[in-house]
Design a binder for this molecule. Structure first.
Ligand SMILES: C[S@@+](CC[C@H](N)C(=O)[O-])C[C@H]1O[C@@H](n2cnc3c(N)ncnc32)[C@H](O)[C@@H]1O
Length: 303
């Protein structure tokens, strides 16, 4: 397991003088670096790949240059990002830019006809999508208030909240939405129906634990393999009240612990914290170092 100790919380590419605007997910973020290491081991050479949630386009450049991907398509819920990604690919990998095709507009998962058509027949689908319900989602706000005695504190910048949160109530029909993986489960189902032979490579915050992450793959017809993992600092931009509420909500009748999340007090990941403990530390000092793992999991169609 690797460790990341130097995360400058809420750092954005534009803050560092990079021409990328602030709403683009920071390509130097340790989540992205972990994801890219995982992508290198995912067998993408000469393959056609679709990235759901392309962000700044940093992964597109990486997959073309470092992973030898044959062709890459991608889309994002933020309509500014396909255009930005195209500019970044043309700037950073000019000789390979003809192998990238962005799907324009705001596309949630592959919810448009153009996105679904572009995904059909690809060899691999990759994504790093939000795994924390939006504290402003009415149902999530009520859930947190019921179990934490108050609403979750808002931590996100307005212009990039969809990089951190997803609308919890939209995915209520999906079993793994209960642990904040509703958007991920919806993606697995869409890929299974649109590109049933595709390998899927996902970047996860392991706050809900490896067993749960393996479970969501198996429940949706995929064999999971972990490619890489690293301990990172909990981002100051993302609240963890949902996870603490989850632990409170799942306590047994005698107050015994039910579902327990995986946070750490140290960058080596040796001193475990529950979400309730981690939240207490962050409530006292939002800049306090609290850690969790990020891991990249590859899923191959089970049959
Ligand atoms: C955490 S960032 C990751 C960006 C990039 N894939 C990376 O790893 O550097 C999440 C990205 O997913 C996008 N996103 C959020 N919800 C989405 C959805 N429902 N469908 C597609 N993209 C979404 C965000 O706009 C953002 O670009």
């Amino acid at each position: 397991m690797r460790t990341e100790t130097t995360l400058p919380a809420c750092k954005h590419a534009s803050d560092a003088g990079d021409p990328l605007p602030g709403f683009a997910f920071d390509p130097s973020d340790p989540w992205t670096r972990t994801f890219q290491e995982g992508l290198e081991g995912a067998g993408l050479a000469d393959r056609s790949v679709y990235e759901v949630g392309i962000g700044s386009g940093a992964n597109i450049v990486h997959m073309l240059e470092r992973c030898g991907a044959g062709r890459v398509t991608g889309s994002d819920l933020d309509p500014r990002l396909p255009l930005l990604a195209q500019r970044v690919v043309e700037r950073d990998a000019p000789g390979l830019a003809h192998r990238f095709r962005p799907v324009p507009g705001a596309v949630s998962l592959i919810d448009t006809r153009e996105a679904a058509a572009a995904m059909r027949g690809v060899d691999a689908v990759v994504a790093c999508l939000p795994q924390v319900p939006d504290p402003l989602d009415t149902r999530c706000a009520r859930f947190c208030a019921a179990y934490l005695g108050g609403a979750e504190e808002e931590r996100c910048r307005v212009d990039d909240r969809i990089a951190h949160y997803y609308p919890w109530s939209h995915f209520d029909a999906l079993p793994y939405n209960a642990v904040g993986l509703g958007l991920i489960e919806a993606l697995l189902r869409q890929v299974r129906s649109c590109a049933p032979r595709a390998r899927i490579v996902l970047n996860f915050g392991c706050r809900v634990g490896r067993e749960t992450l393996s479970g969501i793959f198996r429940a949706n017809g995929y064999r999971p393999t972990e490619l890489v993992a690293r301990v990172v600092r909990q981002s100051e931009c993302t609240g963890i009240g949902f996870f603490a509420a989850l632990e409170e909500a799942s306590r047994g009748p005698g107050e015994e612990p039910g579902f327990v999340c995986e946070f750490y007090a140290d960058p080596q990941g040796r001193s475990p914290l529950t979400a309730i403990e981690a939240k207490r530390i962050l409530d006292a000092d939002p800049a306090a170092p609290v850690y969790h793992e990020v891991c990249v999991v590859q899923g191959d169609p089970a049959e």
